[in-house]
Design a protein around this ligand. Sequence first.
Ligand SMILES: O=P(O)(O)OC[C@H]1O[C@@H](O)[C@H](O)[C@@H](O)[C@@H]1O
Length: 222
Amino acid sequence: MAAPPFAALFDMDGVLIANTNFHINAWLQFAHKYDRPLTLEQYVENINGRVSADSMAYVFQRPISPGELIVLTEEKEAIYRELYRPHLQTAPGLLDFLDTLQAKNVRLAVGTSAPESNVRFTLDGLSLRPYFDAIVDASMIHHGKPDPEIYLTAAERVDVSPDQCVVFEDAFAGIEAGLRAGMVVIALTTTHTRDELATTGATLIVDDFTQLNVATIQELLP
Ligand SMILES: O=P(O)(O)OC[C@H]1O[C@@H](O)[C@H](O)[C@@H](O)[C@@H]1O
């Protein structure tokens, strides 16, 4: 069967899994330990969906050395994994949707700001890795979302031109990254409300993967 000429690029946190509240609680706990002020509003605007290098520099309000970044990131992500582990599950409708796309030979990739340790925790913990032709995480790029590099790299890895890629995102930074990459962006209401997402320029807003099928997506592509 010939492959459809498009690719589906999935954000991980807040898209493959609905885990935003667990990241929020982990960041608040982590910031509190270091006596750094952090509010929910600051998390949403400056941390959600971004790579740890940018989030840590924001939390500590100073540049973070590469060595320090590894240690601080793993400390924060260990808190997150501990909190979320008992709840680890795929987002509603995801597995059926991935099966449908795979059956149609759509190229599938993950583009996440998360470190490799969290990619392992999620994709291996839920046996999702075999679905994807490429996985791009924070360690593989120079500029985190909202820069388009993560999604442009994922498109390159699956050998599909950006205008034939559909990005699935929940975070403002990730939606901006997809749009700046010249891709169609479908926003999920995992983290933000429809009204909040309506201001982002996302091509389509859905509540979860049960509201999507291949025909709907193909209609959005040029
Ligand atoms: O949404 P993505 O790109 O999978 O992002 C992962 C990141 O998402 C953020 O929301 C978390 O606070 C980070 O800690 C996490 O690493």
